[in-house]
Design a protein around this ligand. Sequence first.
Ligand SMILES: Cc1cc2nc3c(=O)[nH]c(=O)nc-3n(C[C@H](O)[C@H](O)[C@H](O)COP(=O)(O)OP(=O)(O)OC[C@H]3O[C@@H](n4cnc5c(N)ncnc54)[C@H](O)[C@@H]3O)c2cc1C
Length: 343
Amino acid sequence: MHIHTLIIGAGPGGLACAKILAEQGVETLVLERKKRIGPKVCAGGITWSGLIKRVPEKLAEKSFPEQYISTPWQKIRIQEKEPIIATINRETLGHHMAEQALNAGAQIRTGVIVRKIDDGAVLVQNKNNNSQETISFDYLVGADGSSSLVRRSLGLASERLGIGINYQVPGDIKQMEWHLDSHLFANGYAWIFPHKKAVSIGAYADKRAMGPGNLKKNLINWADRQGFNLKKHSAKAEYINYDFQGWNFGRTFLVGDAAGLASGLTGEGIYPAIISAEHVAQTIIAPEYSGKAMETLIRNHDKHSRMVTLTGKNRFLNSILAELVTLGLRSGMIKFNKLEMAV
Ligand SMILES: Cc1cc2nc3c(=O)[nH]c(=O)nc-3n(C[C@H](O)[C@H](O)[C@H](O)COP(=O)(O)OP(=O)(O)OC[C@H]3O[C@@H](n4cnc5c(N)ncnc54)[C@H](O)[C@@H]3O)c2cc1C
């Protein structure tokens, strides 16, 4: 089989890319190894200034004009007129985006894993009946997340990684909270993100600053003090790739986590996945495409990466920075959305 554009991965990146290509009449096939589209280890936070323009508001589970931020020295509440962040169920987002891509004319196959990439073709294994197939392509889009096979086939390493650990706990919680404490979470943070009938409790840190074992142990102890017994629930963890080394490799493109475009500072990755995917789709349609979205995204990504490098393993610098940023938010000198990838 031959296809014009083959996209590996039906996460937000792959589906956003498929929709735009198919809308322009480009023959597009998305291959997804999971049998269901959507489920993903994620806190489900979507930013109002960036993502809500692309995701219908009615899909959001809860939205928050107030944010609560704690450090060892400060506890603050910031409030804006509009929600700052909303939460969404990743399966709901996946269904919505898949429907849009299918309606535009893209093909999506689930339960199929790409095993090998050779010059101009991929070897695909169908997990349902174990059959194998070779699919050749004109263009290949790697939207296959942080452990991307497409990225590895290009010879790119992924050294700069964040670790995200998430627990989904039943309950109806009202406040969205961020907890910065360099002794517990190094240059990352812990979160409490309420959903409709559950709450996402988790922690993010740069892998070089804290290993997964310590991050999980500190998260469990910290959550216990917040009144959540995480030992009763199972943790899900994944790496978040922020090792960006390019997106355009001739006939092969990388988007989202595969490109290393998630934020190294916060782990925010849905917005970068969608924006980079839209830009790649436009580039495939018209190679001279000169939209500025990718440029802005890369600039913000770079800013976030520099802050991670600056704080690195230096707990003292971490603490100072966390206190200064919180002070800035409290006084209004720093707007919360300045920490997002969209602004
Ligand atoms: C604990 C945690 C919390 C997070 N919280 C947030 C948050 O609140 N907000 C936010 O914006 N971001 C968050 N992120 C990051 C966000 O989930 C990712 O950045 C985002 O999903 C990246 O989208 P993507 O499309 O690039 O990749 P993914 O969503 O990872 O999609 C990649 C897809 O490719 C498929 N795939 C991989 N390999 C193959 C193969 N060989 N063949 C076929 N299919 C394949 C996978 O099954 C997957 O469906 C979080 C991440 C973690 C780990």
